[in-house]
Design a protein. Structure first.
Lengths: 441, 441
């Protein structure tokens, strides 16, 4: 993409309405614009990041055998009355009346709808297990939406629902998502720690929040330092095998959110305890037959008896992740994107768009990159070098190739690593080879 | 994907609520389920088709230089009051009041919102032209939703908006979309004819509907037979060049919807006129400064004067296309998918899942296909051959590989073309080579 064509309205000044760094940087980098309180338009740069996050989530969900579908945003109130959540949900639920006076709502989550679908279509234990996910916009009418996409009203969520014959099956489904989430967040460059969460009236220990560590996180969290250095499972993980030992590895160490942490009586020694700030990006939850009972989702087991399906639900805050990644990876100049979710991998800076040799080399790099599927943003504007450097640091692409007339005379161009600001000099051939090494696979 | 794992609840009987063939077949093939009047959940098979259609649209939009963003579904009523459409729109607009009593609405289209974004961010003619598109769910509260996804209430639309300095620029933007639409629909196996549409108070001739020809189409259309055999532009089309001659080629012949056609005084001889049935799948429209005037979208031209931006909008009914493709491509056994949008390219039928040699060959084909990125659905169920044939014809994958014990003894497996029902016999090695020829590129 050429910068002169791209719709990316960057801002030099910090917008006054933004209180946290990710909100400030997303506005300044031209990623989003607010259309009304807590509701945002995703401009091209922001949408590219969102799509890369979606693609990682999709790949990791599919790897577990989960299947993607798409439920609508608008739901009938009827199902929510059956589950008794219509009145319980309060003002956070956006309630709507259609032209015929029927009560509708903008789905804040989908337990009711998916349970209803499954109740109508599945009959036999032979059709289980199933794990169905969708990536769909949700609406929660927050009293005071703030912090940009971190606490918006219209937000994108991946939610899925597992359906099993019995508790053992449900636990395996739960473990699959536990392991899958470790991989998912790690691929986005995040350190996400699973922390035990409330199970409420369901009981048991099958509820975990996944908390990303970031200095500017929304709340305080506590965990054993061993967890900080643990590595998530590799790509070759076989989700059909028993995953209990991996889950046990991660849950053997202490980890607690502020609400759960016992400050006066912490179970581990102080010198092993890490106190950090965190952002919740995922939540997995086993809830047995809570919804299958109220919505009549029953199947025949191998003895021919009708039994309620065992269920769990699993959520990832997709749009929130964009903010969380920025909170965990930025400096005073701007965003520092991990390669896996960067809007473009390489930024190409032409220091003098009036210089023929600069233009020629830049065009050859740009052409090479686009022809070979390397995500590149070419700043081809006629503008000051300082403005271009500042903009490129702000939007945070992992690598910058800097082409200037002085360097070219001496036979080199520069390659800057955004994360550590280190600059290497390369001749044009070396730089071309490096570009090819960044081809999408 | 293995059929035993896939969530695809097919139906043997025609559902009574479905009046048209695409609705019937989408329900029977387990592609969609209605959640409430005019609102559908897309089950895995349906969603795969929808995503393939989206990907074609995205590729063709990007090829023109259009940039993707995403505007929210919920909008504030304020912008619609500025454009005077809030009251005009009537009951089709789903109106919502949030918890603070503010008037909101579920966007039926996005002229207001995109014009507002551009008005705030673009200042100079140097930043034009821009063409911004998004693929987002819309809601129109139809009095009587029907015909499945062909006239639903919540539906997916690709809409984009072009911004130019003057009429000449706007006309070029219009022509780009004209040509792009010809390519887009053609890639989905559709014969889509552009037909002049009303321009209302805007005047001029820059408004075309794209009508897909299908025997079961919703309305009658009329066109010169020359149009039926015209080929859309190839992949190598250069959208930066003047496209007027291509547009002229297509608009030189008579083509009219029922509303526009003059039955008594048709301008072309009867023997050159084709009367057919059609389905509207796209609409492109130039509307000058209608919205930029009311929403204050002005930029400085090269003389330093503030002028209203010239705009056009361009829509494709994305979810509707799934129905339109089925209407134009089916037989009495089921759907016949074009390869480009088929949920899977190949269906593999194991005629006897109790036979060791059948299983072995099927597993080897399945493994070969998945390892090499060939979209394959393997019917590995223990079921009657007749049921498997009927299901596979119903869901309409372009090719079927049929593996039975009798054939294997004689050294062959069968390859059936869904469109013409022709069956070829191949040995296992030939079949493996054929599978590899279907690798996604």
């Amino acid at each position: 993409m050429r910068r002169t064509q791209l719709f990316m309205p960057t801002l030099k000044e910090n917008p006054s309405e933004a209180q946290i760094v990710s909100h400030r940087l997303m506005l300044r980098a031209g990623m989003i614009r607010q259309s009304t309180a807590g509701i945002y338009s995703w401009l091209p740069t922001g949408y590219r990041v969102l799509q890369k996050i979606i693609e990682i989530i999709r790949e990791e969900q599919n790897a577990t055998g989960a299947q993607e579908l798409l439920m609508p945003t608008i739901q009938s109130a009827d199902l929510w009355r059956k589950s008794k959540r219509y009145d319980d949900y309060g003002k956070e639920m956006l309630r709507i009346t259609d032209r015929h006076g029927r009560d509708m709502l903008y789905g804040p989550t989908n337990e009711e709808l998916i349970t209803d679908i499954v109740a109508n279509e599945l009959n036999s234990f032979r059709e289980l297990p199933k794990n169905l996910y969708h990536i769909q916009w949700k609406f929660r009418d927050e009293v005071r939406p703030r912090f940009g996409v971190m606490r918006g009203r219209e937000f994108l969520m991946k939610d899925n629902y597992s359906f099993d014959l019995n508790y053992e099956g449900a636990k395996h489904s739960y473990n699959k998502m536990f392991v899958s989430y470790l991989r998912t967040f790690s691929r986005m460059g995040l350190k996400a720690i699973p922390m035990a969460a409330d199970t409420g009236p369901i009981g048991g220990d099958l509820s975990h929040e996944f908390i990303v560590l970031a200095d500017t996180g929304e709340s305080e969290v506590f965990c054993d330092q061993e967890l900080i250095n643990m590595k998530p499972p590799g790509k070759d993980i076989d989700f059909t095998l028993n995953l209990q030992s991996i889950v046990d590895d991660w849950t053997q160490y202490y980890a607690a959110t502020d609400e759960k942490h016992n400050h006066d009586n912490c179970p581990i020694p102080k010198d092993e305890l890490v106190t950090a700030r965190g952002i919740e990006v995922g939540h997995i939850f086993y809830f047995g037959s809570k919804y299958s009972d109220s919505l009549g989702a029953k199947i025949q087991n191998s003895d021919g008896e009708l039994v309620s399906i065992e269920m769990g639900s699993y959520g990832i805050g997709v749009s929130r992740l964009v903010g969380a990644i920025i909170e965990s990876s930025h400096d005073d100049k701007g965003i520092i994107w991990p390669e896996s979710v960067a809007p473009w991998i390489v930024g190409l800076i032409n220091l003098n768009a009036d210089d023929m040799s600069c233009n020629e080399i830049c065009e050859s790099f740009y052409e090479l990159a686009t022809r070979n599927g390397v995500d590149i943003l070419y700043d081809d504007r006629v503008d000051r070098a300082g403005a271009k450097f500042a903009d490129m640091d702000l939007i945070g692409l992992p690598y910058q190739i800097i082409v200037g007339p002085k360097g070219l005379k001496e036979g080199f161009v520069e390659l800057k690593d955004r994360a550590d600001s280190k600059v290497e000099r390369h001749n044009v051939d070396e730089m071309s080879s490096w570009i090819l090494s960044k081809t999408r696979n």
